[in-house]
Design a protein around this ligand. Structure first.
Ligand SMILES: C=C(O[C@H]1C=CC=C(C(=O)O)[C@@H]1O)C(=O)O
Length: 374
């Protein structure tokens, strides 16, 4: 959901689970099979109408988290002035009734497997490795943990995020809930686009300080270097699937809690890839792993003490044409079946990163989810 447009599913007509290094290519193939066998009646013909699966995928090949594609029994959608209902399989009998939110709840998150001091140490080690020329950039994350009262209505968290962060992509799929400012890829009728983010500064305290923050972000060699790695990785992969690939100049993107450096990318699909094929090729970008990818993943494995689960993985939806909208699962938390909440935030580390500043940046990135739970 973004800016009031979006799709919401009721029930599960089909649930497909994936894991391991081939989880994304397996999902792309499985979705082709599902579509080939489906009989679809879609008069609306808007992005998100007709047969749709929602998905959330683990970040790492070796993760214990299950990656899923879920086809709901009923989907309610809205885009601009149009709204629609899609019924799937046995969903023919379900009515899209409004269900009141469950009880209000407040949850405080505390440090998970990485304390703030551990994080500062990990960043210092990473800076050393970068300056020893082992790699150019790595994204290091830390985790927070909490527990929701039993039976809490997770939709409350999604609603808070959608209201507070209307320019972000708010998602809630299989307990993975968040509001991401970054698309991995979006494909619609042959056009492929992406918003690449990397490089961050906190918002200023007043208008003047805020304008100065945006200006210094745009001029900062550290942030522009970090951003360039992320843009390069997206251009390299999308370049294989598109023609006329264009990128905007980097611009400063204002969110309620921070400024990001952003670049919008757009091209024309030339090889018939579905949005999940593109996701499979693009993940993980340098915005969430680093550069070169393999070296960055090795540093993440050695310095992060936890399984990222679906944090920093692709989250979104795909339709019967293969079109879809996939965000990178950032500013998010995973609510498990036992009501335990794991939240994550990370920062791109380059050779001149200051560990204390990165810790402060991670605090600001936690703000959306911490506040939605508070
Ligand atoms: C890894 C995260 O953010 C990425 C996306 C935008 C800016 C980033 C940065 O400036 O470090 C990160 O690369 C996160 O929010 O957990």
């Amino acid at each position: 959901m973004r800016g009031g447009d979006g799709i919401a599913g009721y029930g599960e007509a089909l649930r497909l689970e994936f894991s391991g290094p081939d989880r994304l290519t397996d999902a792309a193939a499985a979705w082709r099979d599902v579509v080939a066998r489906a009989q679809i009646d879609d008069d609306v013909r808007l992005p998100g109408s007709g047969l749709v699966a929602f998905g959330t995928f683990a970040f790492a090949d070796e993760s214990n988290a299950t990656s899923v594609l879920i086809v709901p029994e009923l989907i309610v959608g809205r885009r601009g002035s149009k709204a629609w209902v899609t019924r799937i399989g046995d969903g023919a009998g379900i009515d899209p009734v409004m269900r009141a939110f469950g009880d209000d709840f407040r949850v405080t998150l505390r440090a998970g497997q990485t304390s703030p001091a551990d994080y500062v140490d990990a960043v210092s080690t990473a800076v050393g490795r970068i300056n020893d020329d082992e790699l150019g950039k790595v994204v290091l994350a830390r985790d927070l943990i909490g527990r929701l009262p039993a039976g809490s209505d997770v939709r409350r968290i999604a609603a808070e995020l959608a209201i507070g962060y209307p320019d972000c992509w708010t998602f809630c799929v299989d307990g993975m809930v968040g509001a991401s400012p970054e698309t991995l890829v979006r494909s619609e009728k042959g056009t492929v686009s992406a918003r690449v983010l990397a490089g961050t500064l906190p918002r200023g305290r007043d208008d003047r300080a805020d304008a100065e923050a945006a200006d210094s972000l745009a001029r900062s060699p550290k942030n522009t270097a970090e951003h360039a790695f992320a843009v390069r990785s997206v251009l390299d992969t999308l370049g294989r699937h598109t023609i006329r690939l264009q990128k905007s100049q980097p611009f400063t993107l204002r969110l309620p809690n921070l400024w990001h450096l952003a670049t919008d990318v757009e091209g024309v699909l030339h090889d018939g890839s579905t949005s999940l094929d593109l996701v499979a090729d693009m993940h993980p970008t340098a915005a969430v792993a680093g550069t070169p990818t393999d070296a960055a993943l090795a540093v993440i494995r050695s310095l992060e003490k936890f399984d990222r689960g679906r944090y920093a993985g692709p989250v979104g939806w795909i339709d019967a044409h293969g079109d879809g909208e996939w965000a990178i699962a950032l500013r998010c938390a995973q609510v498990d079946e036992d009501d335990v909440v794991h939240a994550y935030a990370g920062c791109g580390i380059v050779g001149d990163s200051d560990p204390a500043a990165e810790l402060a940046e991670s605090r600001i990135k936690f703000r959306p989810i911490v506040e939605a739970l508070a």
